[in-house]
Design a protein around this ligand. Structure first.
Ligand code: GDP
Length: 490
């Protein structure tokens, strides 16, 4: 996500950090680097100008104080972080539920933006929170839109109100109105109305959207934007906003090679927040949009909060509690526990996507390793562990040559694969022991941001950068005689 932009921000800060005390010229230099990074990423000129003006004036105000701090570059970093959060909308904005149900959500957007897929993602998300959504098929224009919605509804177990066949037949305004009435009668607390998109924002599209809006008085009008389109998407959003209006934006296709232009410009240009983001074709590739987490990713700090939330969702509470108890009581982490982790990881979806949330994931070496990461590795590893007996899983020390050969044959792998898994597992076990006793360290390049922790029971999956896992810091590091430097070291 926004890899090129993120790499440019990280380069700019790497050079600022090497400077120590900052002069006004240093600020001009980083401002100019950030300016060209934003322009290269297709961010609207007005937003870039705002960003750079603010950066300069905020750093000017505090330059004297900046140089008194132990790390002036970090203070500039904080200013840039808060500006990014600001242009991304400040804080997450949730759906406003109607006082008297049902809450009516109208989905609008151009054809191909991912609107119909989004109806499913949104309904699935709301259903998981205990709501009882109903989908209404008011896109009667696009060929097969009604059928597509019915398939989506069926796949997530959400009913679809579709009295008309579509493909140009039926009145979308009447369907929308009848859909809301149906939801009231059947006590659905949320109605999501799918409307027709067009290839561009034209008068006909706006007129129909206005008529549906006036007929159903939605609590939320969401405008769906394909993030890969960049500034063009921002211009059409602006035109739609002026013609019809909307309450919030949904960004789709953030998993693609979107440069960041749409995400970073749209809130400033339209004055409306980004409420949700879709990051793939699966129904679960969807979440609330958090400006602070996005800023953190752009600055190379990853998104540990989302990772932790997803891990929490994937581990059933019993497994998580058992692993936490084991960790706290000093019991050994076994291959059975490891198997439970692998199961949970599989539930969390694409490993490359998850690892992309780790701090530094966009940096050179880690990025290369992520690109080469084999998603099938998880299944292969699982098959090795499953071919072991309970005794072997509990105590890998019993794994002699003949046992290893049997496991390799049983899992269709090589003995060297079994050896490598056992070695890495033994190392991980040692790291966990040392972390528990306070002597362990995170692998190099994988620092957790302040206040953050790896989710309980989580460790790096097999096949990922392992080089650091074995390098446990046992040696006492020499400490500086300078109190300020020593404070920084600790
Ligand atoms: P609509 O015309 O706006 O209703 O668009 P669709 O929902 O039919 O989506 C158009 C295409 O984009 C389909 O192939 C979807 O699978 C794909 N798509 C939708 N959202 C995403 C997303 O977040 N990421 C990716 N990679 N593809 C998406």
């Amino acid at each position: 996500m926004f890899e090129s932009l993120s790499a440019k921000f990280q380069d700019a800060f790497a050079s600022l950090r090497s400077k120590g005390r900052l002069k006004p010229g240093d600020i001009d230099e980083i401002a100019s680097e950030i300016r060209s990074a934003l322009l290269d990423s297709d961010v609207a000129l007005s937003v870039v100008d705002f960003f750079i003006d603010q950066l300069k004036s905020r750093t000017d105000e505090v330059l004297g104080d900046l140089n008194k701090s132990t790390n002036p570059a970090n203070a500039v970093f904080e200013i840039v972080n808060s500006l990014l959060i600001e242009i991304l909308g400040g804080s997450a904005r949730r759906i406003r539920l109607a006082k008297k149900p049902p809450t009516v959500i109208l989905l609008t957007g151009l054809q191909g933006a991912g609107k119909t897929s989004l109806v499913g993602k949104l309904a699935n998300y709301l259903k998981a929170q205990g709501n009882t959504p109903l989908l209404v098929a008011s896109d009667l224009q696009r060929p097969n839109a009604v059928t597509q919605l019915q398939v989506v509804g069926e796949s997530i177990g959400v009913p679809v109100f579709a009295p008309e066949p579509g493909n140009g037949v039926g009145d979308p305004v009447k369907v929308a109105k009848a859909g809301v009435k149906f939801a009231e009668d059947k006590l659905h607390n949320i109605v999501i109305v799918d409307t027709a998109g067009r290839l561009g924002v034209d008068a006909q599209l706006m007129e129909q959207a206005k008529q549906i809006r006036d007929a159903v008085s939605p609590d939320e009008v969401l405008y769906v934007v394909d993030a890969m389109v960049g500034q063009d998407a921002v211009r059409t959003a602006q035109a739609f906003f002026e013609g019809v209006g909307f309450d919030a934006i949904v960004l789709t296709k953030l998993d693609g090679d979107a440069r960041g232009g749409a995400a970073l410009s749209i809130t400033q240009v339209t004055g409306k927040p980004i409420m949700f983001a879709a990051t793939g074709e699966n129904v679960t590739d969807f979440d609330l949009f958090h400006p602070d987490r996005m800023a953190s990713r752009i600055l190379g700090l990853g998104d540990i909060q989302t990772l932790a939330e997803q891990a929490k969702g994937a581990f059933d509470s019993d497994t998580a509690a058992k692993l936490e108890d084991k960790f706290a009581s000093g019991e050994d982490f076994t291959l059975d526990d490891f198997l439970a982790q692998l199961e949970a990881m599989k539930k969390m979806g694409s490993m490359t996507k998850l690892l992309g949330m780790i701090p530094g994931a966009n940096s050179g070496a880690m990025k290369k390793q992520l690109e080469q990461f084999d998603e099938g590795e998880l299944v292969k590893t699982q098959s090795i562990v499953q071919s072991m007996t309970p005794l072997e899983r509990n105590d890998p020390k019993v794994l002699n040559g003949s046992r290893r050969l049997r496991i390799a044959n049983g899992s269709g792998r090589q003995v060297s694969d079994v050896n490598s898994l056992v070695d890495r597992f033994t190392q991980a076990q040692k790291v966990m022991k040392q972390m528990r006793s306070g002597k362990g360290a995170m692998p190099p390049g994988m620092q957790m941001p302040p206040g953050m922790q790896m989710p309980p029971g989580m460790q790096m999956p097999p096949g990922m950068p392992q080089q650091g896992a074995a390098k446990v810091v046992n040696k006492k590091k020499s400490r500086s005689g300078n109190p300020a430097k020593r404070a920084l070291e600790s």
